[in-house]
Design a binder for this molecule. Structure first.
Ligand SMILES: O=P(O)(O)OC[C@H]1O[C@H](OP(=O)(O)OP(=O)(O)O)[C@H](O)[C@@H]1O
Ligand SMILES: O=c1cc[nH]c(=O)[nH]1
Ligand SMILES: [Mg+2]
Length: 209
């Protein structure tokens, strides 16, 4: 089974509170998601492997470290995942970005795929799938399945808020994928929304509805 990590950094937790707040308007919501995504990128990359190189300083040469191993790929699940891209890229600007377009049918809660565009070398990258919300887990599960079908071999899932149901689903269907979240909430309501959650992430990010 994949590991489950909680981003417990105080700055992430502090900002998440204002993201949840229904009084937070679109502009501020977007800014906060952007800031939290940068902090989450910092946390999720703390296990990147390093290798020693020699560097010449103005004084002498010394051994120092650079990031080694596989490159990263960022895979936002449209639409809401887009809100997390810029923050992540401000820290890791060389990551390639692939898009998986999915929406959740409001009646059946099943994910419907409408778009897919990926970097050509996803098999050689560690992919970080990003979406603010992990509710039933259907969208994340479908996105990871779609990526595996196209050759993805190593993935992490990064979300702001997860419901226990979503975590369980992804861990059951994709035990090879580690999950990183800022909060695990209580449950889903009868419409599949996370309680207490933050409402509809896409609508709050883009000012729709
Ligand atoms: O875990 P699930 O039950 O699948 O729900 C989570 C999905 O729902 C939201 O997307 P939505 O369908 O609202 O699309 P949007 O991003 O275009 O608003 C959210 O951004 C996730 O992708
Ligand atoms: O609470 C939820 C559940 C799914 N999608 C959202 O945007 N919010
Ligand atoms: Mg939505």
């Amino acid at each position: 089974m994949g590991n489950l990590y909680i981003f417990d950094h105080p700055l992430i937790q502090h900002k998440l509170t204002y993201i949840r707040d229904k009084q937070t308007g679109t502009k501020e919501f977007r800014e906060l998601v952007d800031e939290v995504s940068l902090l989450m990128a910092y946390e999720i990359t703390r296990d990147l492997p390093l290798q020693e190189v020699e560097v010449e300083t103005p004084v002498t040469t010394c051994k120092s470290k650079v990031i080694a191993g596989k490159k990263l790929g960022l895979i936002p699940i449209l639409r809401a995942g887009i809100g997390m891209v810029d923050g992540f890229l401000s820290l890791i600007p060389s990551a390639k970005v692939g898009h998986v377009g999915l929406y959740r049918d409001p009646e059946t809660l099943q994910p419907v795929e409408y778009y897919l565009k990926l970097p050509s070398d996803i098999q050689d990258r560690v992919l970080i799938v990003i979406d603010p919300m992990l509710a039933t887990g259907g969208s994340a599960e479908a996105a990871i399945t779609a990526l595996k079908k196209r050759g993805a071999r190593q993935m992490k899932l990064m979300c702001l808020i997860a419901a226990p149901e979503g975590i369980e689903k992804v861990r059951a269907e994709h035990p090879d994928v580690d999950i990183y979240v800022a909060a695990i909430d209580q449950q889903l309501d009868e419409h599949g929304y996370i309680v207490p959650g933050l409402g509809d992430a896409g609508d709050r990010l883009f000012g729709t509805k």
